[in-house]
Ligand binder design. Structure first.
Ligand code: PGA
Length: 257
């Protein structure tokens, strides 16, 4: 099945209410690019204001807690972000894994909580420069994903609707140097095989696998032409409507995911 390319902006810890005009511009532009599914993950504080105004784009969060509620000062549950208007959550991003010591088991618990709250999840995976240099990138990513994703039994029936996998090599994030199309192609093919193993032929084939790490308007078309690339998770270049929608435009030609 050919799905619409999925282009997701990850604003990280950028954005105050002054950025709402940029979100508005992205939403307006997304209405002109209906062949592409555009979504935005702003900081928590902007989820509700963007959700209230957006007509086209889905709004999501960049993380959530693995429990429903309780004495966890400073944390936010999946149900709370859903209540604020989030439709999805990014989980297991390497910056969370590094900055907050999140391991695979915690990421999996967060995924289960998010799915139980009715959210879609974007599960991130990716190797460090050292792991790639040692020739173990594929092995590492397969292991990381297997341990971070909920088991098939814990997944909802519509797995392909609810799950997206984002391959984000750590050394490509925010560096200006994206992975080569060969490396992306090799990794996405391995991730596809793993998803089929984990979730069966029908569902495993339909889960979108998106690439992240220094995607820009000028390299996007080449990345989207790689087999098994179903879209992009975009950090820096999602902060302005111009560059983000330049990437969406590159994805608006139909391609196989
Ligand atoms: P980048 O970030 O596009 O700035 O490299 C991607 C990400 O971390 O999701």
């Amino acid at each position: 099945m050919t799905r619409r390319p999925y282009i997701v902006g990850n604003w990280k810890m950028y954005g105050t209410r002054a950025m709402l005009s940029e979100a508005r511009a992205i939403d307006r532009a997304a209405q002109r690019h209906m062949k592409v599914e555009v979504a935005l993950a702003p900081p928590y504080t902007l989820i509700h204001p963007i959700h209230r105004e957006a007509e086209q784009i889905a709004v999501g969060a960049q993380d959530c807690h693995h429990q429903d509620g309780g004495a966890h000062t400073g944390d936010i549950s999946a149900a709370m972000i859903a209540d604020a208007g989030a439709k999805f959550v990014i989980l297991g991003h390497s910056e969370r894994r590094q900055d907050h010591g999140e391991g695979d088991a915690l990421v999996r618990a967060k995924a289960e909580a998010a799915l139980a709250a009715g959210l879609r999840i974007i599960m991130c995976c990716g190797e460090s420069a050292g792991t790639r240099e040692s020739g173990k990138a594929v092995e590492f990513v397969k292991q990381q994903l297997t341990a971070s994703l909920p088991s098939a039994e814990a997944m909802p029936a519509d797995i392909a609707e609810r799950l997206t996998v984002a391959y984000e090599p750590i050394w490509a994030i925010g560096t200006g140097t994206a992975a080569t199309t060969d490396d992306i192609g090799e990794m996405h093919a391995c991730i596809r095989a793993l998803l089929v193993d984990l979730f069966g032929e029908e569902q495993g084939r339909d889960v979108r696998i998106i690439y992240g790490g220094s995607v820009k308007p000028d390299n996007a078309a080449a990345i989207f032409a790689v087999p098994e690339v179903g879209g992009a998770l975009v950090g820096g270049a999602s902060l302005t409507a111009d560059s983000f929608m330049g990437i969406a435009l590159a994805a608006s030609e139909p391609f196989e995911n």
